[in-house]
Design a protein around this ligand. Structure first.
Ligand SMILES: Nc1ncnc2c1ncn2[C@@H]1O[C@H](COP(=O)(O)OP(=O)(O)O)[C@@H](O)[C@H]1O
Ligand SMILES: Cc1ncc(COP(=O)(O)OP(=O)(O)O)c(N)n1
Length: 268
């Protein structure tokens, strides 16, 4: 059994470096966790949007995951962009085959620029095959609305959505608040089937929020891999993403990436 803590990301590649497996691996590394990846799709992206989406063959996804499982294994894993029902089913099958725990499902559906990263018909597969395997699911508000069919406007709506997703089998649900209407603060809501926990931070007024959800979920994954409980993992992830957004790096002409090294260098 390796002594080095490991985490696996099963997600898409973002050529722009701010989201997807690039954001995940950077986050794992900054949190002292050895990062591994199984790529589901190649995307041509920059800060202005998504210029191309090229899903990999299902067999290529399966083989990448099996290569990890047949040698080093992993202490935690996250899923990001999965694109199709076929890829979702293979990913779920491999997670069950290797009996992996500490599974973070970031239900990536649409890029900030509006490009679809999950086929509409794949939402049902995500709910059926992956959600029941989730230690934590981390939808943003629009993603929670798609997964539940609910309209989420108020704090009570967020609680109802969290309960709905918990009842679908996720052990913990985080409804992220970045798309919320609050001006002064951003509230992420964690539900564990019994109680709600709010994680509040000052809302940073910036266009540079490309990959915030990926980065947040990757930080949760890294902390679970280290053996932290979900509440503590989410607390670290909240601080990590706050530092990453606050300490802006100016890259590109559109929605720039966050600063993945800010947290570790005490810039938070
Ligand atoms: N402008 C912001 N200021 C501070 N935190 C933010 C801001 N936007 C998003 N966040 C935080 O980033 C994380 C991702 O949230 P969100 O943007 O809602 O998800 P996604 O990136 O998947 O759309 C959450 O922890 C959220 O609180
Ligand atoms: C390959 C890939 N995966 C995920 C995303 C989503 O990133 P973004 O558009 O910034 O949205 P959040 O990660 O902030 O929800 C992507 N663009 N590309």
């Amino acid at each position: 059994m390796d002594k080095t803590v490991k985490a696996l990301t099963i997600a898409g590649s973002d050529s722009g470096g701010g989201a997807g497996i690039q954001a995940d691996i950077k986050t794992f590394q900054e949190l002292g966790v050895f990062g591994m990846s199984a790529i589901t799709a190649i995307t041509a992206q920059n800060t202005l949007g998504v210029q191309g989406v090229y899903p990999l063959p299902v067999e290529a996804v399966r083989q990448q995951i099996q290569s990890i499982g047949q040698d080093m294994g992993t202490d935690a894993l996250k899923t990001g962009m999965l694109f199709s029902s076929e890829i979702i089913q293979v990913v779920a099958e491999q997670i069950e085959h290797f009996k992996w725990q500490n599974v973070v499902i970031d239900p990536v559906m649409i890029a900030k620029g509006g490009a679809p990263l999950l086929q509409e018909q794949a939402v049902a597969a995500l709910k059926k095959y992956l959600l029941p395997l989730a230690t934590v699911i981390t939808p943003n508000i629009p993603e929670a609305e798609v997964l539940t069919g609910l309209t989420i406007k108020t704090p009570e709506d967020r609680k109802e959505a969290a309960r709905y997703l918990w009842n679908l089998g996720a052990a913990h649900v985080v409804i992220k608040g970045g798309h919320g209407a609050e001006d002064a603060e951003v509230v992420d809501l964690l539900y564990d089937g019994r109680e709600f926990t709010e994680y509040k931070s000052r809302r940073i007024n910036t266009p540079n929020t490309h990959g915030t959800g990926c980065t947040f979920a990757a930080a949760v994954t890294a902390e679970l891999a280290k053996g932290r409980g979900v509440k503590e993992a989410v607390q670290v992830a909240k601080a990590f993403i706050q530092a990453a957004i606050e300490n802006q790096i100016e890259i590109g002409q559109g929605h720039g990436p966050t600063n993945h090294w800010a947290y570790q260098r005490g810039l938070g």
